[in-house]
Design a protein around this ligand. Structure first.
Ligand SMILES: Cc1cc2nc3c(=O)[nH]c(=O)nc-3n(C[C@H](O)[C@H](O)[C@H](O)COP(=O)(O)OP(=O)(O)OC[C@H]3O[C@@H](n4cnc5c(N)ncnc54)[C@H](O)[C@@H]3O)c2cc1C
Length: 509
């Protein structure tokens, strides 16, 4: 096997426990999770550096912020972004400021900054990144995967994870089907200079929706106020049908004239690309030693801003499970829970996105339908349900019948512990599971799992309240997974605890 040069110029090892194809947001989050768990992981990334032209995703939603908070890195993003109530369903604003979370908002922060911050985090965790290299193919056998790289290199890994975006070579090579819906609309999105200033904001015409904004903006009194100068971000329907290859400045000019009647003297493009409302999802998130996450597993219209968020949360669901399997703590079957839990989440994202794309059509009948949908959304109960779904706070993994916390995110309550006051999320910073006991100390022997599971006797200040569901009964004890979801609720004498510990964190030793 050949040796490779990493970004830092150090000679890399040609074997890793896990190789991740693609160092976008999903790949980096997954690498960070695996590195935290002590797994030898490396990323192979086509781009020579983390930069890309344009802006792509505009921010992070509440559950993603919570997820980053669970690792102690939310502040890095919050300090650079702008807090905003951005959730909406087909243009109906859904305020979540009354949701029981420390982050009852979204964060406006362009994807290039999100990626830069994630890259800084994984660099601290010493994750090697093989840059300007592509995964070209792979062959899996009983014990691992031989990953073929561009320019003749090879890496051997126990597992290969495709975080290589919507056109995923890993997904295609693995022969994983990608069923769904073809595109009905194509749009151009560009960051450009314009000689004549267009009217900023979202505009509706018979041809569809188009929008002008600036990359630089401020949130004042809950409203987006664009800076007076700087590059302009344009989004508009492309009725040319989307010719093959990347769109050009001439394509953008033609679309501006088609939609707005003039081209505003557009010049000096920083980026021009197309996006569509195609919606597809991988039929399987795992095939043997190959796994998929992020856009490689699901693509849809950017309406609603769900893509990056869903990918980052895929990574956090998969990371600790893959780490335990690689370390021999858990059987391979634990990886099947990744598909079982995350596939339905993205399926629901796809359905909601399809619905929003349909409701954003600009004909009179759709206008009437959108108004009809907006009316119930002004009421508390529907608003909370829809917003819980869009923010990710309402995610519920099917872990069986029981207390409402089971399979839902653990709230970040203030705790009093023997070591002083703690937040629940601070106990998850090292991505280790925690058994929180709110009842009498003792009553269960954690020793057979003590190398894997933290035990904390605590008093919780409450309130025990879940987004959209409302107040729930205070539990006596909860077992919280590294991804922050509750795996078990009960009291320590209940025989189900040992079973839950074995299911999620391996047999007793
Ligand atoms: C216009 C637009 C607006 C959007 N707005 C939002 C939003 O507001 N909110 C939101 O959550 N999402 C939004 N999205 C979606 C978001 O950008 C994606 O969901 C997100 O980037 C997916 O992250 P990823 O890491 O899974 O894939 P990607 O970001 O696509 O990263 C894949 C990486 O893999 C690399 N790669 C590809 N093939 C190979 C290979 N063979 N070998 C090695 N490396 C490879 C690529 O260079 C890339 O770095 C938007 C997207 C677009 C286009």
């Amino acid at each position: 096997m050949g040796l490779l040069l990493s970004e830092s110029g150090l000679v890399g090892n040609a074997g890793h426990a896990v190789v991740i194809a693609g160092g976008g947001p999903t790949g980096m989050m997954l690498a960070g999770e695996l590195a935290l768990a002590g797994v030898d992981v490396a990323i192979v990334e086509r781009r020579a550096d983390q930069n890309f032209a344009g802006a792509r995703a505009g921010g992070l939603h509440s559950r993603t912020l919570e997820t980053l908070d669970q690792r102690g890195i939310a502040e890095r993003f919050l300090s650079e972004g702008q807090v905003v109530q951005v959730h909406g369903f087909a243009m109906t604003r859904l305020d979540i400021s009354d949701f029981p979370t420390r982050h009852p908002y979204s964060l406006g922060l362009w994807q290039n900054h999100i990626e830069r911050i994630l890259a800084g985090w994984i660099s601290e965790l010493a994750v090697p990144v093989y840059r300007a290299r592509e995964v070209k193919g792979f062959v899996q056998d009983d014990s691992g995967v031989d990953v073929e790289l561009s320019e003749g290199g090879r890496l051997r890994a126990q597992y290969l994870v495709g975080c290589d975006g919507g056109r995923s070579l890993v997904r295609k090579t693995a022969g994983i089907e990608f069923p769904g819906w073809d595109q009905a609309t194509t749009n151009l999105i560009a960051v450009v200079e314009m000689a004549e200033k267009p009217e900023m904001g979202i505009h509706r015409t018979a041809l569809g929706i188009h929008a002008f904004s600036r990359l630089e903006y401020e949130i004042r009194d809950g409203n987006v106020i664009f800076k007076d100068d700087g590059p302009i971000r344009v989004m508009l329907p492309d009725r040319s049908g989307g010719s093959a290859g990347d769109p050009t400045l001439d394509d953008l000019r033609a679309a501006l004239i088609d939609v707005c009647g003039k081209d505003y003297g557009v010049h000096s493009p920083i980026s021009i690309s197309r996006f569509t409302d195609m919606a597809r999802q991988a039929a399987a998130y795992r095939k043997g030693r190959i796994l998929l996450a992020g856009d490689a597993a699901h693509v849809h219209s950017p309406v609603g801003g769900q893509g990056l968020n869903t990918g980052v949360q895929d990574a956090v669901n998969l990371g600790w499970k893959l780490a335990q399997v690689v370390k021999g703590v858990s059987p391979e079957s634990l990886l099947d829970t990744y598909h079982a839990e995350r596939q339905p989440v993205a399926a629901r994202v796809l359905r909601f996105t399809l619905a929003q794309v349909a409701l954003l059509r600009t004909d009179d009948r759709t206008d009437a339908l959108r108004e009809a949908v907006a009316e119930p959304l002004s009421m508390d109960e529907p608003r909370k349900r829809f917003a819980a779904r869009l923010s990710g706070l309402g995610i519920h993994y099917d872990l069986g019948e029981g207390h409402p916390l089971l399979g839902r995110r653990m709230p970040d309550l203030d705790l009093m512990t023997a070591n002083g006051p703690r937040r629940v999320f601070s106990l998850l910073h090292r991505a280790r599971p925690v058994l929180l006991n709110f009842g009498e100390p003792g009553g269960f022997d954690i020793a057979p799992w003590a190398d894997r599971v933290q035990w904390v006797d605590a008093a919780a200040a409450g309130p025990w309240e879940l987004p959209a569901l409302g107040p729930v009964t205070a539990p006596t004890a909860v077992l919280v997974r590294p991804d922050g979801y509750v795996a078990w609720v009960g009291d320590l004498t209940h025989p189900g605890l040992a079973k839950a510990l074995t299911t999620w964190f391996g047999p007793p030793c």
